[in-house]
Design a protein around this ligand. Sequence first.
Ligand code: HXC
Length: 271
Amino acid sequence: MEDESPFKAEIVKGKVALLTGGASGIGYEISYQMGLHGASIAIMGRRKHVLDSAVATLLSHGISAIGLEGDVRKREDAIRVLDSTVKHYGRLDILVNAAAGNFLVPAEDLSLNGFRTVIDIDSVGTFTMCHEALKYLKKGGIGKDPSCGGTIINISATLHYTATWYQIHVSAAKAAVDSITRSLALEWGTDYDIRVNGIAPGPIEDTAGFSKLAPEEILGSAKEHVLADNKMGKKWDIAMAALYLASDAGKYINGATLVIDGGDWLGKPRH
Ligand code: HXC
């Protein structure tokens, strides 16, 4: 059964949101919840069939949605997708950078290209999307009030708060994402009234992040600990945080990365 939203149905009404990686996993849930709460949705992704299926589901819920093929590693794709979103909806208010790439590999076995690929998707891809979206998101941008800018949410992780086995590439990439969040919050918050925040999810059930990165044979007892202590989150938990940050409820929040993990990263297993 779906969890009920604690928010009013219109908290992001009239807003236009573009989500990279918004057709699956956490990104999709944010698309869905923003749509249910009144936003028009554009989803950017690499796989057409995944985009088509996500858009069809959103439309079936009465949500205004379009899918746009593109890879955040390609600047021309970023420009085209942003342009198409604004041509279609007339404006852009919310950019969610949820596209990410990952796999488990010991540092000594990771090729330089493997390291670079994840940095390219997560860190450079996030910066590219933000950079190309600036002209639409800033106060006075197309369809925007002269005194009111849009907002950016970068999906991060907690892996790099300590050190995480076999995750050197994504830990470095997400550390860069958090730093990008703070720098843009400072510069663009001041100059353009754009709030830039992050969300750092912990272990979230039914995501590629958890099934791909926490296989039984590698994490074993650690996974049992998470499950035994009932610390698994739901995609819904992340989407609610995104709604909070994107809506007026979060209008004084800028440069923060909100950890949504039930306190998981704070401690080691009890046994
Ligand atoms: C070692 C690997 C590897 C693996 C790829 N590589 N998979 N190395 N172990 N399992 C290396 C390749 O050998 C190559 O280096 C380089 O990485 C690029 O690989 P490609 O397959 O050519 O890249 P590409 O097709 O662009 O795919 C990108 C990808 C892929 C990141 C490798 O996994 C992907 O598209 N993932 C997107 C979906 C995803 O991962 N979602 C999960 C996000 S979860 P060489 O040297 O051979 O050329 C997440 C959560 C984080 O981010 C927080 C969790 C708690």
